[in-house]
Design a binder for this molecule. Structure first.
Ligand code: FES
Length: 74
């Protein structure tokens, strides 16, 4: 039986632009991915209309990294 945390991870968004749920990102990390690029390669996150800003920040938090500086388009 799935824990409450696992159920929530199946429902929560991981990459909103691509419609990929959080549990896919968590599974990639469990399988040994240690960077955003590795996780993106495995899960397909990134490259959406936000230019990866949202999911990159989420992955940074999951990996215990500081969030990347926001990019501004002027
Ligand atoms: S949330 Fe992942 S590319 Fe926008």
């Amino acid at each position: 039986m799935a824990t409450e945390e696992e159920i929530l991870a199946r429902l929560k968004p991981g990459c909103i632009c691509k419609g990929i749920k959080l549990h896919k990102i968590l599974a990639a990390i469990e399988d040994g991915a240690t960077s955003y690029e590795e996780i993106a390669a495995v899960t397909g996150i990134g490259g959406g209309s936000c230019k990866s800003r949202r999911c990159r920040a989420k992955v940074a938090g999951l990996l215990g990294e500081s969030e990347p500086e926001p990019e501004f388009d002027f």
